[in-house]
Write a protein that binds this ligand. Structure first.
Ligand code: PMP
Length: 292
C-alpha cells in the first residue's frame, strides 16, 4: 500500500505531497513541528505533543488556524489512512507561502502536513549495549536568542552538534549551555543517576520540555525513585552511576561512555532498566485511540 501524507486538507502520495519553494518553512526554517509515536493503536501523549505545538506557535506568533481537536483528527486520520497502529508521526506547521523577504506578515496561510512512517535511530546492538557520546564544542542555542522550548524547524544548532560527534566517530553529541552545564542531546533529553537519585537539567537550562522526559519523570516518581531537575556538569556525568537519553524517536537509550570516560559499569544500569520497563508498560495503556 502506498504511503499517504496529509497536506493542507488532502491525503497525497509521497510524489504528490509537495511544498512550495516560497514556503517560509523552506526559506527560513520558519515553522514548528512535533515528532509523535503511536503504540498498539494509540497515539502516545498526543495531548502533550499538541499542547507543545500550540505553545511553540504562540511564542513564534504563528496562527495555526485550526483548533487542537482538528489537529488531533489530522494525526489520527493520517494513521487510519495508512492503516498503521505502530508508527512515528511527523507533524509540521510552517509559516506558509510568502515572498523572498522574511516578514511573516507576507505569508497568507500556514502549511500543515503530517507524515506517518517508521523510524529507527540506532541499532538494536546500541540499545542493548549503550552509546558512546561526546560533549561538543558548539553550545546549545542560548534561550535569550531563541528558546529551545520552541520546537522550531530550524535545527542547525543540533545538526552542527551531530556533525561534530560524527567527525569524532561517536554516535551522539551532548550539548552544553553557554555556562558549561550539560543541557541535552541533539534530539533527546539527558538523565544521569547520582547516589541513586535521577537527575535531569531543569527547563530553565534551555532544553526542550521532552514528552518522553516528562513521562520518565512520572514513571520514576510512581516507582518511588527520587527525581530532581537540577543543573549538572561534565564531571557529574563522568562520575554518574548511570546515564541515558530520552526522546520520542530514540525512546530510552543508555549511554555508557562520555568523552572517553566509562560511565558506571559501562553497561545499561539497573535504574535505566527499571524505567524502561515502566515506560514500555505506559505505552501499552496511555494514548489517544486511533480508531475512536
Ligand atoms: N530535545 C530536543 C532538541 C529534541 O529535538 C527532542 C525531540 N523532540 C527532545 C529533546 C526529546 O523530546 P520528546 O521526548 O518530546 O521527543
Amino acid at each position: 500500500m502506498e504511503k499517504l501524507i496529509y497536506l493542507n486538507g488532502e491525503f497525497l502520495t509521497a510524489a504528490e505531497a509537495k511544498v512550495s519553494v516560497f514556503d517560509h518553512g523552506v526559506l527560513y526554517g520558519d515553522g514548528i513541528f512535533e515528532g509523535i509515536r503511536a503504540y498498539h493503536g494509540r497515539v502516545f501523549k498526543l495531548t502533550e505533543h499538541l499542547t507543545r505545538l500550540y505553545e511553540s506557535a504562540k511564542t513564534i506568533m504563528l496562527n495555526i488556524g485550526i483548533p487542537m481537536k482538528e489537529m488531533e483528527e489530522i494525526v489520527t486520520g493520517t494513521l487510519r489512512e495508512n492503516n498503521l497502529s505502530d508508527a512515528y508521526i511527523r507533524l509540521v506547521v510552517t509559516r506558509g507561502i510568502g515572498d523572498l523577504g522574511l516578514d511573516p506578515n507576507n505569508c497568507s496561510n500556514p502549511t500543515i502536513f503530517c507524515i506517518a512512517d517508521q523510524i529507527k535511530l540506532y541499532s538494536t546492538e546500541l540499545y542493548e549495549n549503550g552509546l558512546d557520546v561526546k560533549t561538543v564544542a558548539i553550545r546549545r542555542t542560548n534561550p535569550d536568542s531563541l528558546s529551545p522550548r520552541v520546537k522550531s524547524l530550524n535545527y542547525m544548532n543540533n545538526i552542527l552538534a551531530k556533525i561534530e560527534a560524527e567527525q569524532a566517530r561517536v554516535t551522539e553529541a551532548i550539548m552544553l549551555t553557554q555556562e558549561g552545564y550539560v543541557v541535552e542531546g541533539t534530539a533527546d533529553n539527558i538523565f544521569i543517576v547520582r547516589k541513586n537519585v535521577l537527575l535531569t537539567p531543569p527547563l530553565s537550562a534551555g532544553c526542550l520540555e521532552g514528552v518522553t522526559r516528562n513521562a520518565v519523570i512520572s514513571v520514576a516518581q510512581q516507582l518511588g525513585i527520587e527525581v530532581r531537575e537540577e543543573l549538572f556538569n561534565r564531571h557529574d556525568v563522568y562520575n554518574a552511576q548511570e546515564c541515558f537519553l530520552t526522546g520520542t524517536a530514540a525512546e530510552l537509550i543508555p549511554v555508557i561512555k562520555v568523552d572517553g570516560r566509562v560511565v558506571g559499569q559501562g553497561l545499561p544500569g539497573e535504574i535505566f532498566k527499571t524505567l524502561l520497563k515502566g515506560f514500555r508498560e505506559l505505552t501499552l495503556v496511555d494514548g489517544t485511540p486511533i480508531n475512536q
